[in-house]
Design a binder for this molecule. Structure first.
Ligand code: XUL
Ligand code: CO
Length: 444
């Protein structure tokens, strides 16, 4: 099911063909060393495990601007003042890149595809135009839409939030925008729809009624879900947790918080999580922690792949490149049976000073290879090492009569106390953390 190379009127990445798998011995920087789409690992092809997606916003829109200076990257597809023409050129460049790198999916915010208009109706017209074109591009290439979303954080009208804005008229505007973005997602056969609430939160609790805002967010999500289901959307709705940035405090803080919210407001049947590595670290967690929390609740839906920087406390969205850390992720990924409905979206950007178009290729080749290598190692660990047995052995006392009576709720606290009295003082049992850690290096 690999994608067919498509090039628009103009070739933007000239001299670059389809990126091929050449194996770990290859010196070719423009080839995969580990990502072999058709290779089977743990019963599925790599393509099926990962369902890699390209993030439209970072890869085709973001030119590297930061709070200290403007963009640095010359994206030739943006050189057009007519928003309709510009959007078409950008989409040509996008599908050329996506098919050359060989990713089966892409993801977008509504106004990544085409610039927002100056009225709701003009924006809707623009979206209609560009999604007609996207339908053609998807058909020609076989590339699919992993998820769509609405940008409810850039326009100044959302400075106090979208669904959680204290002004009802802004909430209504957000509703119209999400309706259009969900319609676009449905039209393009999108498999999922994402909510990331960058401004769904607060800057100061002094002027905020948190309970009211959370009730409003739940009401809004129910409305979107009901509308989607009534209009034939069968995919998942995902919430993407992040603790802060741009808001001081975001309501979708981390996986545990979101799961509590979904349970409280009766949304667990339709919503799962889209977890992002750098968001996990901002919440003072590891990504594998977030994945395990989601998997335990049956809502490990999708992943935004990137990494932060250990010296910085913000969302740097760098490409993943650390095999040791990724093996830790892939262990949880494989043990959870993979993602439910989602895929691995590179919500990552080449650095501001990586200004050549070819850098976009290096970045994605590196990210895909890092995941592929880690998947192979994690599978090797799970099939050939003592890892699972060692972990199981730590809990073996729960397989004894008393331990299993405890697990199944057959012991009272008095009985538990009596067992302790009979045992007397206990011998320490090592957690053997270093032994576990060494297994990863041994298999890398
Ligand atoms: C921001 C972020 C978003 C979401 C989609 O930190 O991750 O790009 O993935 O809105
Ligand atoms: Co993201």
């Amino acid at each position: 099911m690999s994608v067919k190379l498509t090039i628009g009127e103009k070739e933007y990445f000239e001299g670059i063909g389809k990126i091929k798998y050449e194996g770990p011995k290859s010196d070719n920087p423009m080839a995969f060393k580990y990502y072999d789409a058709a290779k089977k690992v743990a019963g599925k092809t790599m393509e099926e495990h990962f369902r890699f997606a390209i993030a439209y916003w970072h890869t085709f829109c973001g030119t590297g601007g930061d709070p200290f200076g403007p963009g640095t990257k010359e994206f030739p597809w943006l050189n057009n003042s007519d928003p309709y023409q510009q959007a078409k050129h950008k989409m040509d460049a996008a599908f050329e890149f996506i098919t050359k790198i060989g990713a089966p999916y892409y993801c977008f915010h509504d106004f990544d595809l085409i610039n927002e208009g100056d009225s709701l109706s003009e924006s809707a017209k623009r979206l209609e135009f560009i999604t007609d074109y996207a339908q053609e591009k998807q058909k020609a290439s076989g590339v699919k839409l992993l998820w769509g979303t609405a940008n409810l954080f850039s326009n100044p009208r959302y400075m106090n939030g979208g669904a959680t804005n204290p002004d009802f008229d802004v909430v209504a505007y957000a509703g119209a925008q999400v309706k259009n973005a969900l319609d676009a997602t449905i039209k393009l056969g999108g498999e999922n729809y994402v909510f990331w609430g960058g401004r769904e939160g607060y800057m100061s609790l002094l002027n905020t009624n948190m309970k009211k805002e959370l009730d409003h967010m739940a009401r809004f999500l129910h409305m979107v879900k009901d509308y989607g289901r009534a209009n034939g959307f069968k995919g998942n709705f995902f919430i993407e947790p992040k603790p802060m940035e741009p808001s001081k405090h975001q309501y979708d803080f981390d996986a545990a918080t979101v799961i509590g919210f979904l349970r409280e407001y009766d949304l667990m049947d339709d919503f799962k999580l889209n977890l992002e590595v750098n968001h996990a670290t901002l919440a003072q967690h590891t990504m594998q922690h977030e994945m395990a929390v989601a998997a335990n609740a049956g809502v490990l839906g999708s992943m935004d792949a990137n990494r932060g920087d250990y010296q910085n406390g913000w969302d740097t969205d760098q490409f993943p490149n650390n095999p040791y850390e990724l093996v830790e992720l892939m262990l949880v990924f494989l043990e959870a049976g993979g993602l439910q409905g989602g895929g691995i979206n590179f919500d990552a950007k080449a650095r501001r000073n990586s200004t050549d178009l070819i850098d976009i290729f290096y970045a994605h080749i590196g990210g895909m290879d890092a995941f592929a290598r880690s998947l192979i190692v994690a599978d090797d660990i799970l099939t050939n090492s003592n890892y699972q047995n060692l972990r199981k052995a730590r809990y073996s006392s729960f397989s004894t009569m008393d331990g299993s009576a405890f697990e199944t709720g057959k012991l009272t606290l008095e009985e538990l106390a009596a067992i302790a009295s009979n045992n007397g003082e206990l011998k320490l049992r090592s957690g053997q953390q270093e032994l576990f850690e060494n297994i990863i290096n041994q298999y890398l």
